[in-house]
Design a protein around this ligand. Structure first.
Ligand code: DMJ
Length: 677
């Protein structure tokens, strides 16, 4: 098309020139394609011969040429001159336009303009996709360079892409760096959306006193978010999954829509009984009760862990009996309590960790004859209560003996106990290691709670508790940098480690409970400080959920207070922080504790809720894009976590008054014994 136009223009110019030059110029113009005439000599050319003024004499003088051309130009009409100028300009433009590099440049600009116009949603270059197999993998493996090319085309902020590639293999510093990088333009909207979402969540969390909102000329107060109903919803959702995929089994596996067995005793169902009663979920409670009365049997050849089955099953049945008055639960409690008693048949009377409740035999774990200190000293509330209810003293006698022995043992440091005790010798083992986390935690909790349960008469328990707190202050309590958060670390053969388990977050609640029951006011001050720390363990994580273990920074100039190792980034839906928030709110009425709890509940909903029912533990609280579900809903999520949320948000101080009830370490409320006893 362009070429046709060009030829026409040239023709026109030549016509004009012929006219203009007339006698002055002669031309021989041949459009050569002589093929027809002479097949042997094909000539694809245009020849233009301009000769001198009829004389045939060639004058090579430049000046002559310039002058004569100028004269000739002047002789042309205006129309002719304009036509020539137009044609030259046109040829210039055509020449530029057909240059390949220039074409590419302009095409690129056009693409960018189009992308921006479409919000960059449509890819411009359609790649040829490799054929995929059934698992969506390319049938032909891609070369590294192809992979690189595809990665370059992959949409998403650089940080996200890198995180996905390096998942499970990044340090905190790397994550922070990536987060500092500039996101690609087309992701900005999504990122802002997330930020707005987070802000909205924060606003919702503070929605207790909602400002008046003007709408279409009407002023109205937005309804307060019903936090109690939100907890009931969460419970119903968890229960839906359990009922559908794990009914009567120990634990729901919500991702695979299946279940896991530990003891084979309907652990989640029993752990959740009193929660349903407290949350007034009558229908759910009734169907669970029917299962207990018709299906639950402890006459089974199965090994159970003494501590876990005591706090979850015995504790759950006893508290449900107290709340409902239904003797079905007391009978079941007596049955399991009796079946657990063989655990105390040891040379030292320090119980074994495991019991076969069908055979009536007990044993320590396969690899040791040790038991865990927290386990043998956190079964007392339940067995003591069982004795009180049944008037059978054997239960209480067995657990009291354990406490008396531990009270006298060597190997403590300022009231702090080691983590293991030998069932043969009755002595502590692995001396020199002290923690308020795993394997020792509830020893301290039960010292105080037994003292409260028994009417504050058993002074040895109180002494051990007070002494242990001094030991904590002296050996384990430190401040982090830069924000001076108070935390409880660990001691290993005189060496301090700034490591703190999430489990330690029971401590603010226990300290507050002690202060409420008349112990020094400074316990409450420490409780408040530790409560702030436990909240920060959630707030400083990208998901707003705490990891299992944190390490606090103590060096001046640290950037953040909390560091989390790769192996410690999981969250098991544990209750300790929510538990402590409940105590702190009950005793101080400071609404910030409720707001913190509300934030945590929302983050559980955001990152652990499984759409088909249930909640799941997660592997990585630092990755909100992919927290990596573990496919397990622990029974304590229903037994403890959701119950403490509900009690935290309830305005009724008489709902399980802390002057009448003491909660076991699995959140099952047991009555404080009347003083007459
Ligand atoms: C529960 O079984 C109990 O709270 C126990 O004391 C510690 N571990 C879990 C919850 O985290």
């Amino acid at each position: 098309m362009w070429w046709l136009l060009l030829i026409m223009c040239l023709q026109l110019i030549l016509d004009c020139m012929q006219q203009a030059l007339n006698m002055h110029c002669a031309y021989d113009f041949t459009v050569g394609w002589a093929g027809d005439m002479n097949p042997s000599s094909r000539t694809d050319f245009v020849s233009l011969t301009l000769t001198g003024q009829g004389s045939g004499i060639y004058n090579n003088s430049k000046q002559w040429t310039r002058q004569s051309c100028w004269r000739k130009w002047k002789l042309l009409s205006r129309l002719q001159r304009n036509l020539i100028l137009f044609t030259v300009a046109l040829m210039l433009v055509c020449g530029i336009a057909t240059n390949p590099s220039v074409t590419e440049h302009f095409r690129g600009l056009a693409v960018v303009a189009k992308e921006e116009g479409d919000h960059a949603l449509k890819p411009v270059i359609h790649e040829v996709q490799p054929e995929l197999d059934k698992l969506n993998r390319p049938l032909v493996p891609e070369s590294p360079s192809e992979k690189q090319k595809r990665a370059a085309h992959k949409r998403g902020p650089p940080g996200l892409q890198n995180r996905l590639q390096k998942k499970g293999n990044v340090s905190d510093t790397q994550v922070e760096k990536e987060e500092g990088e500039k996101p690609l333009v087309n992701w900005r909207v999504a990122m802002i959306d997330q930020a707005t979402e987070r802000r909205t969540a924060k606003e919702a969390a503070n929605k207790v006193d909602v400002p008046e909102v003007e709408q279409e000329g009407h002023s109205h107060k937005e309804p307060e978010v019903d936090r109690l109903e939100a907890v009931r919803d969460a419970f119903r959702h968890a229960w839906k999954g359990y009922k559908e995929f794990a009914w009567g089994k120990d634990e729901l596996r919500p991702m695979s829509k299946s279940y896991g067995e530990w003891f084979g005793l309907g652990l989640t169902l029993i752990d959740a009984l009193d929660t349903m009663w407290i949350l007034n979920l009558k229908k759910e409670f009734e169907e669970a009760k029917t299962w207990v009365s018709t299906e639950l049997s402890f006459d089974k050849d199965v090994d159970v862990n003494l501590f876990e089955s005591t706090i979850r099953i015995l504790g759950g049945l006893l508290s449900t009996y107290h709340l409902t008055g239904d003797t079905l639960f007391l009978d079941k409690a007596k049955d399991i309590g009796t079946r657990l008693m063989p655990a105390f048949n040891t040379p030292s009377k320090i119980p074994y960790s495991d019991v076969n409740i069908g055979k009536g035999t007990a044993h320590p774990p396969r690899w040791t004859s040790d038991s865990t200190v927290a386990e043998v000293t956190s079964i007392q509330l339940e067995f003591r209560e069982l004795s009180r209810l049944t008037q059978d003293t054997r239960y209480q006698a067995a657990v009291d003996e354990v406490m008396q022995k531990v009270h006298k043992l060597e190997g403590k440091q300022d009231g702090l106990v080691p983590m293991f005790i030998n069932t043969n010798s009755g002595q502590f083992t692995h001396l020199g290691m002290f923690t308020l986390g795993a394997r020792a935690d509830s020893y301290y909790e039960y010292l105080l709670k037994q003292w409260i349960q028994g009417g504050k008469k058993e002074t040895a328990l109180l002494e051990d508790y007070l002494q242990a707190l001094e030991g904590v202050k002296k050996n384990l309590l430190k401040k982090s940098s830069p924000n001076r958060l108070t935390f409880v670390g660990e001691l290993s053969h005189g060496r301090f480690s700034p490591k703190m388990d999430h489990l330690v977050c029971f401590l603010p609640g226990t300290l507050a409970l002690g202060a409420h029951h008349g112990l020094p006011a400074e316990h409450m001050e420490l409780a408040k400080q530790l409560m702030e720390t436990c909240y920060q363990m959630y707030a400083q994580m990208e998901t707003g959920l705490s990891p299992e273990i944190v390490h606090f920074n103590m060096h001046e100039g640290s950037i953040g207070d909390v560091d989390v190792k790769l192996a410690d980034r999981h969250n098991l839906l544990r209750p300790e922080t929510v538990e402590s928030l409940f105590y702190l709110y009950r005793f101080t009425k400071d609404r910030k504790y409720r707001d913190w709890g509300w934030e945590i509940l929302q983050n559980f909903n955001k990152y652990t809720k499984v759409s088909t029912g249930g909640y799941t533990s997660i592997n990585n609280v630092r990755d909100p894009e992919y927290p990596s579900p573990r496919d397990k809903m622990e029974s304590f999520f229903l037994g403890e976590t959701l119950k403490y949320f509900y009690l935290l948000f309830s305005d009724d101080p008489e709902l399980l008054s802390l002057d009448k009830y003491v909660f076991n370490t699995e959140a099952h409320p047991l009555p404080i014994w009347p003083t007459a006893q």
